[in-house]
Design a protein around this ligand. Structure first.
Ligand code: ATP
Ligand code: SKM
Ligand code: MG
Length: 182
């Protein structure tokens, strides 16, 4: 079984994906980590040194490799849907879930973050609004399901996703629920 999470930076793809993988007893893979292992430095440093297009090429190669053997829970980078080739690979080989978040919620979560290169600007909330407007249609086009992340905790989101996967017949019913620890 192969599940991919898409959504804006801070939507919870890594945090939710890791716990969803543990819950379903599936390996968890984060494309950002795969890329960092390949380049041997942080994405932020690579962005600064080589630029966004070089990063997007690496991201496309990583997604193509992962889609060739789809298995487990995949957290994609926030910009993975920008390229048509990635949207198609994800849609064709994974059950794709869009973790939708408002720019305001994301800003609250990420305002002290220094790791996300696209948000190191004077007006990060404005930047998140632009990213949301530009990418929301692409996330929707890629995803088989949309889950709103505004109110639920990470543990609740895992429970909601598992319930939806059970209803859709993608995982067997009856997986014990996540403890609400956050
Ligand atoms: N539903 C939520 N409630 C509370 N905190 C959350 C929620 N979702 C994510 N967070 C927190 O927000 C921060 C960003 O989450 P995470 O790193 O999982 O985002 P991401 O979607 O993987 O972002 P990126 O695309 O930049 O990799 C983390 O500190 C995470 O614990
Ligand atoms: O939203 C984006 O374009 C990005 C999100 C991160 O996950 C990384 O993939 C990178 O920082 C780019
Ligand atoms: Mg992440």
């Amino acid at each position: 079984m192969a599940i991919a999470l898409v959504g804006l930076p801070g939507a919870g793809k890594s945090a939710v994906g890791r716990r969803l993988g543990a819950r379903l007893d599936l390996p968890f893979v984060d494309t950002d980590h795969v890329i960092e292992q390949r380049i041997g430095c942080s994405i932020r440093d690579y962005f600064e040194r080589e630029g966004e297009i070089a990063f997007r090429d690496l991201e496309q190669a990583a997604i193509a490799d992962l889609a060739a053997q789809p298995h487990g829970v995949l957290a994609t980078g926030g910009g993975a849907v920008l390229r048509e080739a990635n949207r198609q690979q994800l849609r064709d080989h994974f059950h794709v879930i869009y973790l939708r978040s408002s720019p305001e919620d994301l800003f609250r979560r990420l305002r002290h973050d220094v790791k996300r290169p696209l948000l190191q600007v004077a007006d990060p909330l404005g930047r998140l609004r632009e990213l949301h407007d530009a990418r929301d249609p692409l996330y929707r086009e890629t995803a088989h399901e949309v889950v709103d992340t505004g109110r639920p905790s990470i543990a609740m989101l895992v429970n909601i996703i598992v319930m939806q996967l059970e209803l859709a017949g993608i995982v067997a019913a009856g997986t014990p629920p996540e403890e609400p620890s956050d």
